[in-house]
Design a protein around this ligand. Structure first.
Ligand code: DGL
Length: 232
C-alpha cells in the first residue's frame, strides 16, 4: 500500500517514523508544505483548501490512504475532506484521558470545535503561536528549547500533557527529563489503531519513503532527521 503523509514541515516526521515502524512493508510519500508553514497561524479556509490541494496531488501519485500528520490540519480540515475523497483519510489529534489534561497547541487548533469541546470538559488549553516555527529553526538541535520548555511547562509539571502539534513531539524527551512527573501523550497510538485494518501486516520487504519538499537540500535535511528518529 502507498500512504501519503502530510504536515507543514518536519513535525510529521515524528509520526512518519512511528508509522514506518508499525507498518513496515508499505510505501510512504511525505509532503512537507514548508512554503505555507506555519499552518497554526493561517485561517481555517486556507488550511482546508490547501490540504484539499495536497490530497489531490497525492491521489494523482496513487496513494491508497492519507494521514494528516498535523493536529492543526486534522482538527480543521479532516471532517470536511473525508467526505470529498474516495480513499480513507486519517489525522492525529489529542485524545483526552482522565483529569488534569493540558493541551499544548497552535492558535488555529485552539480555535477548533474539537478543542472547544475539550475546553468544555475541563481541559486547559495553552496556545503557542511561535513554538512550531522555533522547532523548525533549531532542528535538529532541539535542546536549544530546553529553557523555553522549562518556563512554559513549570506550572503544569504534574499534569497530563498533550503535545497537540506534531512538531512538539521532538521535545518529548527533553520535557520528560526536565519534568519526570508529566504524563505525555501525542495521539499516535490512536492513529496506528485506526490504520491497522487498512494496511499490510509487517513483512520483510522493508519500506520506501519519497519526500515531496520545496528543494533537494531540504530533502537531505529531512532524511537526516528521519534517520535519527528511527534510532529511538
Ligand atoms: N505540525 C503541525 C501540527 O501538528 C503544524 C504546525 C504549524 O505549522 O503551525 O499542528
Amino acid at each position: 500500500m502507498r500512504i501519503g503523509v502530510i504536515d507543514s514541515g518536519i513535525g510529521g516526521l515524528t509520526l512518519l517514523s512511528r508509522l514506518t515502524k508499525e507498518f513496515i512493508g508499505n510505501d510512504f510519500i511525505y509532503f512537507g508544505d514548508t512554503l505555507n508553514a506555519p499552518y497554526g497561524n493561517k485561517s481555517r479556509e486556507f488550511i482546508i483548501s490547501r490540504i484539499r490541494e495536497i490530497c489531490i496531488l497525492l491521489i494523482k501519485k496513487k496513494v491508497d490512504i492519507i494521514v494528516l500528520a498535523c493536529n492543526t490540519a486534522s482538527v480543521t480540515a479532516l471532517n470536511v475532506l473525508k467526505s470529498e475523497f474516495d480513499i480513507p483519510i486519517f489525522g492525529v489529534k489529542p485524545i483526552i484521558i482522565g483529569d488534569n489534561n493540558v493541551i499544548l497547541c497552535t492558535p488555529l487548533t485552539a480555535k477548533s470545535s474539537y478543542i472547544e469541546m475539550a475546553r468544555e470538559k475541563g481541559c486547559l488549553i495553552i496556545e503557542e503561536p511561535t513554538l512550531a516555527s522555533e522547532i523548525e529553526s533549531v532542528a535538529p538541535y532541539f535542546c536549544a528549547l530546553e529553557a523555553r520548555m522549562r518556563s512554559v511547562l513549570f506550572p503544569y509539571r504534574e499534569s497530563v500533557l498533550h503535545l497537540a502539534c506534531t512538531h512538539y513531539v521532538f521535545l518529548k524527551t527533553i520535557i520528560k527529563e526536565i519534568f519526570p512527573n508529566i504524563e505525555i501523550h501525542d495521539g499516535y497510538d490512536a492513529v496506528v489503531a485506526s490504520l491497522k485494518p487498512y494496511l499490510n501486516t509487517p513483512t520483510n520487504r522493508g519500506f520506501s519513503i519519497e519526500f515531496l519538499l520545496e528543494n533537494a537540500k531540504l530533502g537531505r535535511k529531512y532524511s537526516r532527521i528521519f534517520d535519527e528518529l528511527q534510532k529511538i
